[in-house]
Design a protein around this ligand. Structure first.
Ligand code: SF4
Ligand code: FES
Length: 318
């Protein structure tokens, strides 16, 4: 490399180092010097600098799990400029960024691996719109029957045998196949549930029979219907359906009673009764969720709680 080019590059690097606070060093990404902060993964440093790397199982609020391998990059360390060391394909979401490494986010090898990964995932979940979009971005053709009709691939056409709940437990509705066949086993829902302290779901089974479900396939007794799993699922395999209380049919002459509202999670075959706001009657959270509401306001929805607080403080309600 010519001296004037090297000088210019090192002055750019010095400038970057000065501007970034707590910079731990520099790595090279697709030929550009990027600053690294202590504790950075390759993905974190790249995202901060605006370098795009596709991800599926990664979520900034969770621990990197490295399940999907879509964020693969090629890393080279050491070697002579004329004879660089062979690159390693690593998951950028779990690999620490280190000063001096050279990262390629779009080499032919990286693109080949990403295409293979997305093709495998599509084989498992051919009708997932998230996967179809990722496949389109990577130039992978959709599998036959991807958009409509029954799934056409052997893995998806033969979902794992249902796990029956323990003897004596009430019969449960089956998991809708479109939900079961949308799960890419990324583990986001499991980790979120554990972080919130509910431990309502986990992985079970191996290889093609691996799946996420409550213990023993029974309706979960610890699910609080917080909705974190549905919120974080990247493929829509988890749905939280809130059903408002409906009047129950009563014998003639008796006052109709209203059934309690429920939160239903078909993917976990779990239904959780919800409390209602004592002021407006809207469905509230389940009794298994703790709330930090002030004393006397735990059975009010946020809107009614605000009204009550205003009324208490100023004698007005808005
Ligand atoms: S249900 Fe959704 S969040 Fe949970 S493992 Fe499957 S794809 Fe991931
Ligand atoms: S996003 Fe890195 S392995 Fe899934």
């Amino acid at each position: 490399m010519a001296d004037h080019v090297r000088d210019k590059e090192s002055s750019v690097a010095d400038h970057v180092m000065e501007k970034e606070t707590s910079v731990a060093g520099l790595m090279t990404v697709d030929g550009l010097a990027l600053p690294i902060r202590p504790g950075d993964t390759i993905l974190a440093a790249c995202r901060r600098a605006g370098v795009t790397i596709p991800t599926l199982c990664y979520h900034p609020g969770l621990e990197p799990y490295g399940a999907c391998r879509l964020c693969i990059v090629e890393v080279t360390h050491g070697g002579h400029p004329d004879q660089p060391a062979p690159g390693r394909a690593v998951a950028s979401c779990t690999t620490p960024a280190q000063p001096g490494i050279q990262v390629s986010t779009r080499s032919a090898r990286v693109l080949r691996v990403r295409r293979a990964v997305i093709a495998f995932l599509l084989d498992r979940c051919p009708r997932s719109e998230t996967l179809q979009q990722l496949a389109e971005d990577l130039g992978v053709p959709p599998p036959p029957g991807a958009r409509a009709g029954p799934t056409a691939t052997p893995a998806a056409a033969a979902p794992p045998t249902p796990v029956e709940p323990p003897a004596g437990a009430p019969a449960l509705p089956p998991v809708p196949p479109e939900l079961e066949q949308a799960c890419v086993l990324c583990g986001r829902c499991v980790q979120a549930c554990e972080k919130l302290g509910h431990f309502a779901i986990g992985f079970a089974g191996r290889s093609v029979f691996r799946r996420v479900m409550p213990p023993f396939g029974a309706s979960s007794e610890t699910c609080a219907a917080c909705g974190a799993c549905a919120e974080l699922c990247p493929t829509g395999a988890v749905r939280l359906v809130i059903e408002s209380g409906r009047p129950r049919v009563e014998a003639e002459g008796r006052t109709p009673r209203v059934a309690a509202p429920t939160a239903h999670l078909p993917a976990w075959r779990t239904t959780v009764p919800l409390a209602t706001c004592r002021s407006c009657g809207r469905p509230l959270w389940s009794g298994r969720l703790t709330t930090s509401a002030p004393a006397g306001m735990a059975d009010l929805c946020p809107a009614c709680r605000r009204k009550e607080a205003l009324a208490l403080a100023f004698g007005v309600s808005r």
